[in-house]
Ligand binder design. Structure first.
Ligand code: BDP
Length: 724
């Protein structure tokens, strides 16, 4: 049947329109999208490089590189590169380790490659048979993998390689910490359930595991702790070890090592012993043989992460032993196999009548020098708990004889969880760049973590993962940027937040200048916006009880250190936690220079004001405004910034595919409402104490405080639905 002409035109138009619409994407591909290259010059450049690729290596990792190149070029150019292994005739890119004749026979190259670390890579040009070849070179196959991903990032971002470039990671162990439970719930997870499908393992290797490993390798993450710090001993039983082994085998070619959390009471729970006392020989032997069993299955098993004597977890103190006794017992078990123990410093107790911010130092500083060599003390960025803003943890610099690991949180427990767009690189950088003044005047947290400050040769950085089985991995699409930023900074903490945001945007959305500039702008504004509408001027820990979702400055009763009033101390005289000499004296735990800086009101950065000082509502801020007015205006500014983020995003509608555009838009709308909710409820609450009017220049809070207090969220992630 022939169609009538107007109808034909109509259908043609529809087809045309559809082909102009940017293809919908669901975010699964992360930053590894390999979209068709439209710029003809760039296309030609890539084509010329990849007519023929020589991979002079036979490892499993080399196979992974080949697969990635195939995938990349099929996506970018529509055809696969020709991969060859013939050393005599080659025309395009060379990928080779220092074992290759190509490198061995060239002393300058060999020298350069030898300067790299075991995971580093060099991108350089090699002359052969009168031709100049681009080459990815490394000592080991894993370096080739990192170098190839670097190159693919450049090509996707529209860059050409003009100069030689080499890079080695500044931190040796760059780990994700999954807080995944064996029942597949994820503690503080906002992206669905755990990606580890224990039931189908070891027989079924989900493609997601491979894509997870690829994604991590692409940003240099080389280890993953599979299980929650609130640990379940069952993961150490043979039926689980078999499953863990299957994951480790799948991850190995990607340079990704597997670690587990060790429940301190495991010898009792799964070992049939009567005690878990770390000084009891039978307990020590149990851990040794358990560890041997693990290494038998997984020869490159990374080691253990332990949360002990913290928030109800068992630990050595149950037997009147120290953290060092506990950590060293495990360290002894893993050391013959080259493993490490990451022992967390996140300890505090409400039974101790001491500022929670001081407790980790009180506990760990005296133990400096008492830990075995392969023990890391894993310290959160701040002394309380992953707040939107915290000053750096005072332990950094205070344990010169101990390796310290930095623990950051990628999942946004206190930063808007699954609904808020908050780009975390500025938060991570703020901590890494903080000056500790220890051991030297110019020392920073980063120098302590990467080992340079105290000349240590091993190092660890960990990020609490934000990954779940949501199709786009992280729930909020922009959560991907935080995973990406963590990896990039773990590799090189000197990168700027802006550089990382730009790179992520190009890979995730497009190289269009307008998109890149606007997305970067909104990402860079987002963390400060969040601080402003949640906890400006150094306020902290004033969110809803348990689930930590939304505002709860009124939370009181029960364990004091889990209430908000413990932290903000608002009263008719003022607000803030006095941590100077007149208060808890937590400041004395820092180097004298830091103590002085934060103690003197004139030099204390206002972003930390109420973290360290209890001040009158009339205290004059640097702007000349009173503390009350300044606080109100900060909350207001936070709300306005989210409005601007939304407008910026909306201006990009035509340049971003519908599915991702709409998801982010919907979430930004929710974020805007949540920002208003934070502002209104916090300011109405604090006004009860300040008894002052809202400044005329702001949008005054609306709503009813009692109603805000009555709001309930039985559906908040991570809690059993209750009406409490
Ligand atoms: C807090 C979380 C809690 C974790 C704890 C930890 O609220 O769920 O178990 O930290 O780090 O941030 O151990």
């Amino acid at each position: 049947m022939k169609m009538k002409k107007p109808l034909r035109v109509f259908f043609l138009l529809i087809i045309l329109l559809c082909s102009f619409k940017i293809q919908a994407e669901d975010g699964y591909e992360l930053w590894l999208r390999y979209q068709p290259v439209t710029n003809s010059q760039h296309k030609e450049y890539i084509q010329s490089l990849f007519t023929e690729v020589l991979i002079d290596d036979n490892s499993a990792t080399a196979k992974v590189i080949k697969e990635e190149l195939d995938r990349a070029f099929l996506g970018m150019l529509g055809n696969k590169p020709t991969i060859i292994q013939n050393l005599t005739t080659y025309t395009g890119l060379i990928i080779a380790t220092s074992e290759s004749q190509i490198v061995k026979s060239n002393s300058t190259l060999l020298e350069k490659v030898n300067e790299l670390s075991n995971e580093g890579f060099l991108i350089d040009f090699v002359n052969s048979q009168g031709q100049k070849h681009l080459a990815v070179l490394a000592k080991k196959p894993v370096g080739l993998l990192y170098g190839s991903f670097y190159l693919l990032r450049q090509l996707q971002a529209g860059n050409q390689i003009e100069h030689a470039y080499s890079s080695s990671p500044k931190i040796k162990n760059r780990l994700l910490n999954h807080w995944d439970n064996l029942d597949r719930t994820v503690e503080r997870g906002y992206a669905g359930f755990s990606i580890w499908d224990w039931h189908k393992l070891p027989g079924y290797i989900d493609q997601r595991y491979i894509d997870y490993a690829r994604a991590n390798a692409s940003i240099g993450i080389n280890g993953t702790v599979l299980t929650n710090v609130n640990a379940n001993a069952l993961v150490l039983t043979p039926i689980y070890i078999e499953k863990v082994k299957a994951l480790a085998d799948a991850f190995r070619p990607y340079g990704l090592k597997v670690y587990l959390t060790a429940r301190f009471s495991a010898p009792i729970e799964i070992g049939g012993l009567e005690t878990a006392d770390p000084l009891e020989p039978e307990v020590r032997n149990w851990w040794k043989s358990k560890t041997d069993e693990l290494y038998e299955a997984i020869p490159d098993f990374g080691g253990f992460l332990v949360k002990a004597n913290s928030e109800g977890q068992p630990g050595p103190q149950n037997y009147n032993r120290t953290h060092a006794d506990g950590a060293n017992m495990l360290a002894e078990a893993v050391v013959p196999h080259g493993g490490i123990v990451m022992w967390r410093a996140f300890v505090y107790s409400h039974e101790v009548p001491e500022d929670r911010a001081k407790q980790a130092n009180n506990e760990f500083e005296p133990l400096d020098g008492k830990f075995n060599k392969n023990v890391f003390i894993q310290v959160k960025n701040g002394a309380i708990d992953f707040q939107p803003r915290e000053p750096f943890h005072p332990l950094f610099g205070k344990m010169p004889k101990t390796d310290l690991a930095l623990e950051l949180q990628i999942t946004q427990e206190y930063l808007g969880q699954g609904t808020n767009l908050v780009y975390l690189a500025p938060l991570f950088k703020e901590c890494l760049d903080s000056r500790t003044y220890l051991p030297k005047n110019e020392s920073t947290v980063a120098d302590i973590i990467d080992g340079t400050a105290y000349n240590r040769n091993n190092s660890v950085i960990a990020g609490v993962a934000n990954i779940g089985n949501d199709r786009n991995w992280t729930g909020h699409l922009f959560g991907q940027a935080n995973w990406f930023a963590f990896g990039r900074l773990a590799w090189d903490h000197t990168l700027s937040s802006g550089e990382i945001a730009k790179e992520w945007t190009k890979l995730t959305f497009s190289n269009d200048d307008d998109v890149v500039q606007k997305v970067e702008e909104l990402m860079l504004a987002s963390r400060e916006a969040c601080v402003n509408y949640m906890t400006p001027l150094g306020l902290h820990h004033i969110m809803g009880r348990n689930h930590h979702y939304g505002p709860g400055p009124w939370v009181t009763g029960g364990r004091p250190d889990w209430t908000s009033v413990y932290y903000h101390k608002a009263d008719s005289a003022g607000i803030g936690f006095d941590r100077t000499k007149t208060g808890s004296n937590a400041l004395s735990q820092y180097a004298p220079q830091v103590e002085k800086l934060f103690t003197i009101l004139d030099t204390c950065p206002e972003k930390y004001l109420l973290w360290f000082h209890h001040l009158s509502w009339d205290y004059k801020l640097k702007s000349g405004k009173t503390l009350w007015d300044g606080l109100c205006l900060k909350y207001d500014e936070g709300v306005k910034s989210v409005g601007e983020m939304l407008t910026t995003w909306q201006s990009l509608e035509s340049k971003i595919d519908n599915e991702r555009f709409e998801q982010v838009e919907a979430l930004l709308n929710i974020q805007k409402e949540e920002a208003v909710w934070w502002k209104n409820s916090c300011l109405l609450y604090f006004q009860q104490f300040s008894q002052k009017d809202f400044p005329a220049s702001m949008n005054a809070p609306t709503g009813d405080l009692e109603e805000y207090k009555e709001m309930r969220f039985p559906y908040a992630p991570g809690i059993r639905p209750t009406w409490k």
